[in-house]
Design a protein around this ligand. Structure first.
Ligand code: ZN
Ligand code: ZN
Length: 266
């Protein structure tokens, strides 16, 4: 299983997962042109896509879902709330899933959606299951739930948001207190600290790779996120940490391999 983050942050999110027989996107939060361009950088085309999974309706995750369903004729998978909020036709344009409904996306890839708390959205995390094992993807959540930890346990790869540094967020003079409280609250985003604490519970001998994503450009920095996480898990974690930035893709992960492969133009 090949995992490529095409880009991640408040201005757009999409990740491609490709197995021998199946190619999917998780989220479709860039313009169609951007997604086409970024897919081409890893030798993929929209026509290759078997499915697009949408985590929730916010623009940075679902903005091009409707256009992709029409233009690329690809199956969109989302829960009912997300499907409705993105104005997708639940019969012709979207295959609606229920929380914790395991579903095959192709002959060698299946997914499990896990509900997570986030704002007014019915957000989900995904565990993808392929021939070499499992990979977990979770972004935009105010706090990890026990259910989420349970399903993410045992994954060989984890992509998780590390949205903000607590000191930077609360010291940010441009943000009103109400916005700071929303980001920090149960329906907001994970701080570097929360991400570190959660990863501490998910580290095991076969966790090969972690990608930190959705870093706030205002309230975080790659070195802050990475150091906070490493400080917490370093003793037990044998794999590698990478950071997915807004403008990608920069690297490819192969499930079962520790080191990410840098893409040639970076
Ligand atoms: Zn987001
Ligand atoms: Zn969101």
């Amino acid at each position: 299983m090949e995992i490529v983050h095409l880009g991640s942050g408040s201005r757009g999110n999409a990740a491609m997962v490709r197995t021998e027989e199946t190619t999917i996107l998780i989220d479709c939060g860039f313009s169609m042109r951007q997604i086409e361009r970024r897919l081409a950088m890893v030798y993929a085309k929209p026509e290759d896509l078997d499915a697009i999974l949408i985590t929730h309706h916010h623009g940075d995750h679902g903005k091009s879902a409707r256009a992709a369903a029409k233009k690329w004729d690809v199956e969109i998978h989302a829960n009912f709330e997300t499907c409705a909020r993105l104005s997708l036709d639940p019969v012709n344009q979207c295959r609606v899933f229920e929380s914790l409904e395991r579903r095959d996306l192709g002959p060698d890839l299946s997914m499990l959606p896990i509900p997570i708390p986030h704002d007014d959205a019915e957000n989900v995390a995904f565990v993808l299951n392929g021939p070499e094992g499992r990979a977990g993807f979770m972004t935009d959540l105010g706090e990890p739930t026990e259910e989420l930890i349970k399903h993410m346990s045992g994954c060989q790869h984890i992509s998780v948001e590390a949205n903000y540094d607590v000191n930077r967020l609360f010291g940010n003079m441009k943000y009103p207190q109400s916005l700071k409280d929303r980001i920090h609250g149960r329906g907001g985003h994970l701080s570097n600290r929360q991400t570190a604490m959660m990863l501490d519970r998910l580290v095991h001998d076969n966790l090969d790779s972690i990608v930190l994503c959705h870093l706030s450009s205002e309230n975080n920095a790659p070195h802050l996120a990475e150091s906070e996480v490493l400080c917490q898990i370093d003793e037990d974690f044998k794999g590698e940490i990478q950071i997915s930035k807004q403008d990608g893709p920069e690297f490819t992960h192969w499930l079962g391999q520790r080191a990410a492969e840098p893409l040639r133009w970076t």
